[in-house]
Design a protein around this ligand. Structure first.
Ligand code: XBP
Ligand code: MG
Length: 262
């Protein structure tokens, strides 16, 4: 028997907001410049670097595969950690300028879920400070409390595509995967949520449009709004018939369908 939907679990970067190209990428470059490094992550290169989740892990990947001539300091972990601290400070400062809005439909769905008593959690590879900055900048200073748990950054050693961050969030919320739905934007994210046995709704962005989302329940261009309809890219069109945006009624209909795969 199908279980009642109890919680929505959200990825952050790319799902709640388009943070990567104009947020994280820019902050990495500012940190590099401040440290006197001539590294520059272009929009194109950053798309390749996104293959690895986690900012510290991404910098190591860059050194291992894209900047192999760089003479790494003996304490490479300390060096990377310091760069990452600086990057996070730049990132939160960029968010404070209010330059990165939530994606279409996100605030609407969050407010509806909250109003109707659905529980919400966050499962992201991003640093907690970056999640807090995004939420408070876009939804207000108390919006962190909308979420029962904010599972972020290094709380689990194995980042997405590993299932660990979703498993950690569900354990903290005392929920099973059949009681939840995950929201993701990337292949690594969907691998992670599906490895945690979660039905997943995907909203793509420019970096992830061509990713493989097989197994996802539904793939949309964005969550849409009543005056800005979504486009269904993959999924059971009968189930979304008549819907123009991803509201709770549609999420519950999809959950009730048993999660027919795209
Ligand atoms: C996105 C990520 C993060 C950000 C950078 O994760 O992989 O690493 O790009 O953030 P998700 P940090 O989509 O799961 O939220 O530098 O703080 O790691
Ligand atoms: Mg993401």
């Amino acid at each position: 028997m199908q279980e009642t939907l109890q919680a929505l679990l959200f990825d952050v970067d790319g799902t709640l907001a388009d943070t990567e190209r104009d947020g994280h990428r820019v902050a990495f470059n500012l940190a590099f410049r401040e440290a006197g490094l001539n590294w520059n992550w272009s929009v194109g290169l950053y798309g390749k670097l996104l293959a690895v989740t986690g900012g510290k892990e991404r910098m190591k990947y860059y050194l291992e595969c894209f900047n192999t001539d760089f003479a790494c300091p003996a304490d490479i972990d300390g060096f990377i950690a310091e760069l990452h601290r600086s990057k996070t400070a730049h990132y939160t400062a960029l968010l404070a300028e209010g330059r990165i809005p939530l994606r279409p439909g996100v605030e609407r769905l969050l407010r509806e879920a909250r109003k109707k008593g659905l529980r919400m959690g966050i499962a992201t590879t991003t640093t907690p400070a970056s999640v807090q900055a995004l939420l408070s900048q876009t939804l207000g200073p108390d919006s962190e409390n909308w979420f029962d748990v904010i599972a972020a950054g290094d709380v689990v050693p194995a980042k997405k595509p590993a299932a660990d961050i979703y498993l950690w969030a569900m354990e903290k919320m005392d929920l099973r995967s059949a009681q939840c739905i995950a929201f993701e934007d990337s292949e690594n994210g969907v691998k992670s949520s599906m490895a945690a046995d979660l039905r997943t709704i995907v909203t793509v962005n420019d970096y992830t449009r061509e990713h493989d989302f097989s197994g996802a329940m539904l793939v949309l261009d964005n969550m849409g709004d009543p005056d800005q309809p979504f486009t269904v890219l993959q999924g059971n069109h009968d189930l979304v018939k008549g819907a123009v945006c991803l509201d709770l009624e549609l999420v519950q209909r999809l959950a009730g369908s048993g999660g027919a795969s795209a």
